[in-house]
Design a protein around this ligand. Structure first.
Ligand code: HEM
Ligand code: SF4
Length: 554
């Protein structure tokens, strides 16, 4: 498709679903809602049309049904990188125009809550002043681009991939948004990482660049077509392409354009990149990419990922002499404006003012001189945001839940924290960290199938009363042997028995995992997979069988 035909196409063809018709109403470019913003603000939130509610998401302004008149804004932070002055600006806006609550999300960005439409221009002005923006953060756009939060600092990385992430963000979004990338068939997730320890869930992304080596050169292998929703966790497939860092952005950009021009646009649940790949096959996609780029591409190199998973919490020695990074656990990613200010202050006093966000909704203060780390560890904020949390809290993720999400079926965040405390009491604070993820409904924003233990919320009837319940999943894995967690209990009420049920699941899970790891030592296939390069060539193995037979609670 030539130059700007994709914008016009949606004006001239019959829209395939309501979002397509909303886009068509602004010539295929959702950013054009900005032209109408003054009138929208004037009219007020009560008179927003369904189209306006959707289109406002192109500029990062989200109508929230559970809090009428009070909106949410997503703020992009490519690679999870942020700075003290940015956190201070967000804290100040949250206090003055919002409700004092900010969420760190699994896409390493932040959500500002509780402001009115009238506040939007002022919020944008302040954000712009600290080089932050909310553009293209919802609906059919490239979402915040993820990367290893310790990029450039981590001794365990093949290369610092963050310049690629920043380049992509600059081209795809930039200061004012880019209409070339605002009319995708559906949302689009990208991760670019040189970290060897699988700290971002690359396999669930539409495009993931993972660390690889080829003939002495370092760079990335390209994975495509991963997703979490629209039918569940689909593990991204190798496109059989190796790129060096300088070639990476053009390849990613062209893949997005192929999706934009050819991706399916009918049923919203069948529009992700994975479905185009299903139709075309990987080899046609590779050929189309080469044709568009106008040059050949190298075949994939050696996958350098280890089988380890790092969360970058606690103290990590940086590759820079005498410096360390201190990763803090922020339970479920929820922070209050005062805590945000304090985080900014600590980053300035002990580090160089940088803060980095992780995909497990946590934050890292990097560039701390090793001899000041003790002072940082003694700060009162680190009692709330611990660098050494319990194994049940450490990698816990919870989506928004009923607090603010109109689709939520259950409350998630405080329930997740309460459960982790109850588990610590029952099972103790030692043992390997577990990934425990909560989604408040089947949409699955909490990545519940990419966790050791996952929860999907729903409502059930218990003694004739509608009650919060969860389906429990186990065995989800990311990394070279990524596999979706399996549902093992389909209907567990969120009552006083939940911690006991989950503790039993965890005990069986740990027992199975240890037995499996023990067996793996004598399994020649697994012994061969001891090197990271070989590991990815083996097809994923199921990592857990149902640990308890499914039960119905009522
Ligand atoms: C039909 C499917 C889906 C719907 C309708 C949906 C809806 C939503 C809504 C309403 C929110 C905002 C809640 C708030 O903060 O107030 C949200 C946030 C989020 N969702 Fe989903 N979601 C869907 C699928 C997914 C899937 C499959 C993932 C990936 C695992 C995902 C990842 C996220 C993330 C990371 C956020 C936090 C904001 C961000 O950083 O982008 N969502 N989603
Ligand atoms: S999983 Fe459901 S409840 Fe949670 S944020 Fe997504 S849509 Fe809302």
């Amino acid at each position: 498709m030539a130059s700007d035909e994709w914008l016009v196409a949606s004006e001239t063809t019959v829209p395939a679903n309501s979002v397509e018709s909303h886009k068509a109403s602004v010539g295929g470019d959702g950013l054009r809602i900005l032209e109408q913003l003054p009138q929208i603000i004037e009219r007020g939130a009560e008179s927003l049309t369904p189209a306006e509610k959707e289109l406002l998401k192109w500029v990062g302004v989200f109508y929230r049904r559970p809090t009428p008149g009070k909106f949410m804004m997503r703020i992009r932070m490519p690679n999870g990188f942020t700075r003290a002055e940015q956190l201070r600006a967000i804290a100040e806006l949250s206090r003055r125009l919002g409700n004092g609550v900010v969420d760190i999300t699994t896409r390493q960005q932040m959500e500002l809550r509780g402001f009115t439409l009238k506040g939007v221009p002022e919020i944008w002005e302040k954000l712009e002043g600290v080089d932050l923006r909310s553009l293209q953060t919802g609906i059919d756009n490239v979402r915040n681009i993820n990367g290893c939060p310790l990029a450039g600092l981590n001794p365990h990385e093949l290369l610092d991939a963050s310049p690629v992430v920043q380049d992509l963000d600059r081209i795809i979004v930039g200061r004012d948004g880019n209409p070339e990338f605002t009319n995708l068939p559906r949302k689009f997730n990208i991760t670019v990482s040189g970290c060897l320890d699988n700290c971002t869930h690359a396999e669930s992304q539409d495009i993931a660049l993972i660390p690889a080596k080829k003939a002495g050169r370092i760079g990335f292998n390209v994975l495509v077509g991963g997703k979490m929703g629209s039918g569940g966790f689909t593990v991204a497939s190798p496109l059989n392409v190796f790129v060096e860092a300088f070639q990476a952005a053009p390849v990613v950009l062209e893949l997005i354009k192929i999706y934009r021009d050819h991706g399916p646009r009918e049923a919203r649940s069948k529009c992700r990149f994975a479905f185009l790949i299903e139709q075309w096959g990987l080899s046609r996609l590779r050929t189309e990419l080469i044709e568009r780029l106008g040059h050949e591409l190298a075949f994939q190199g050696r996958d350098m990922r280890s089988s380890a998973h790092a969360d970058h919490l606690g103290r990590t020695r940086q590759k820079q002499d005498g410096l360390c990074a201190v990763g803090l656990c922020i339970p479920t990613g929820r922070v209050h404006s005062e805590q945000l200010d304090e985080l900014a202050r600590l980053a300035e006093i002990y580090g160089n003012g940088e803060i980095r966000l992780t995909t497990a909704q946590n934050a890292i203060i990097p560039n701390v001189p090793a001899d000041s780390a003790g002072g940082l560890l003694a700060e009162p904020l680190l009692k709330e945001f611990s660098p050494r949390p319990s194994p049940f809290l450490r990698n816990m993720v919870a989506c928004v839940g009923t607090d603010y999400c109109n689709l939520a079926l259950i409350e998630t965040k405080s329930r997740a924290v309460a459960l982790s405390e109850a588990l610590e009491q029952r099972l103790g604070a030692s043992g390997n960290p577990l990934k425990i993820h909560w989604s408040g409904c089947p949409a699955g924003c909490g990545n519940h199938q990419a966790a050791d233990i996952g929860f999907r919320g729903f409502k059930t009837r218990l003694g004739g009363k509608l009650t919060d319940a969860v389906a429990i999943y186990a065995g989800g894995l990311t990394g070279p042997q990524a596999v979706a967690g399996e549902e093992i209990l389909e209907n567990v009420p969120c009552d006083e028995n939940l911690p006991e049920v989950v503790a039993k699941v965890i005990e069986s899970y740990r027992f199975e995992k240890e037995a499996r790891e023990h067996a793996a030592l004598s399994d020649p296939l697994f012994a061969a997979a001891g090197t990271a390069g070989l590991a990815s060539r083996h097809s994923p193995r199921r990592v857990v069988s149902p640990v308890v037979s499914p039960v119905r609670a009522n």
